[in-house]
Design a protein around this ligand. Structure first.
Ligand SMILES: O=C(O)CCC(=O)C(=O)O
Length: 315
């Protein structure tokens, strides 16, 4: 179900003209009903006009994930783009404000690819999971290796009012251990680094009000959630099985077929994603995230960046 306000916003954007940046027209085009938009007319090799940053930020809030094609950019240029929206970190779990773009790895998940072929928001086992994530395709297979995203606001809206009332106010336990298992041989090393800094898990609300869009969203994912705390184990297992299936409904989702130099940028507060492991040959991606937010608490895209530029101005 799409609420009226969103339909109006969407119609406004569908005329394609979002803003002018220098002599370029920046356009935002939806690619599915509930999630995903392509932003065109942006060149991430050049400094971005403030209006372009605002357009991309709004597109991310409206659509959960945005894509920019043909971005043959360096790590430094991708990092500089990300800094408009928050504090980039090279590692979700061990990163800090001291991280630098040269630490961003070019990865082929290879034998660990099963780790991301499950519906998830990134690292929700942390007390402060990443706010948003960026992924750039460096080399893609001829076919396969698509990534899908699902709108957690659409998933919430489609639940019946009695089910929403039951879930409202409940909390869920998110743990890292099932990711450790999916990482296979790499798992034990990952567990050691992760738990030293982050413990083993966190409890977050089952449903959240998105701190910027104001939409209610479902915040449980199959990769990390093992238990709804307030329910009996058997009740919890049954409800979670229903919800993990529910978020996959095709009408909440979109699927992206990668080309080299595509950049995807998603809001971990409002979407889940799934990487299809159905490819042969190399699939090389560069990936990093924006420093975390506390689910259920205020947070904003651009909040950290705005604060940093304000403090630079003040001094
Ligand atoms: O490789 C992909 O398409 C997505 C990987 C993923 O799940 C992630 O970066 O969090």
């Amino acid at each position: 179900m799409i609420v009226g306000r969103r339909q109006v916003e969407t119609a406004r954007q569908e005329d394609g003209l979002a803003s002018m940046a220098g002599d370029r027209t920046v356009t935002v085009r939806r690619i599915a009903t509930n999630v995903g938009a392509v932003v065109s007319g942006v060149d991430l090799r050049a400094p971005l006009a403030a209006e372009t940053v605002r357009t991309i930020r709004q597109a991310l809030l409206d659509h959960g994930v945005v894509f920019m094609r043909d971005q043959d950019i360096s790590r430094e240029q991708m990092w500089a783009f990300a800094e408009h929206f928050g504090q980039p970190q090279a590692s979700d779990t061990a990163g800090s404000a001291e991280d630098r773009p040269e630490q961003v790895a070019t990865l082929d998940f290879g034998p660990q690819r099963g780790a991301t072929s499950i519906w998830h928001a990134d690292m929700t086992s942390m007390a402060t999971p990443p706010l948003a994530t960026l992924l750039r395709a460096v080399q893609v297979p001829e076919f396969g290796g698509d990534t899908s995203w699902s709108s957690m606001a659409a998933a919430w809206d489609a639940l019946s009012p009695p089910m929403q009332a039951m879930l409202d106010g409940l909390t869920a336990l998110h743990v890292v251990e099932s990711l450790v298992e999916r990482l296979k041989d790499f798992g034990p090393q990952y567990r050691a680094t992760y738990t030293r800094r982050n413990g083993v898990g966190s409890v977050h609300p089952v449903a959240l009000t998105h701190p910027e869009s104001g939409r209610r969203t479902l915040y449980v994912n199959e990769a990390f959630v093992t238990r709804i705390v307030e329910l009996e184990p058997a009740e919890s297992a049954a409800v979670l099985a229903m919800l993990f299936r529910h978020v996959q409904r095709p009408e909440f989702t979109m699927r992206w077929k990668w080309r080299a130099n595509d950049v995807a940028f998603w809001d971990n507060r409002s979407v889940q994603h799934y990487a299809s492991p159905d490819y042969v040959g190399p699939r090389l991606m560069q990936r990093f995230a924006l420093a975390g937010w506390t689910p259920g608490k205020p947070s904003s895209l651009g909040g950290a960046a705005d604060a940093r530029s304000a403090s630079r101005t003040d001094s």
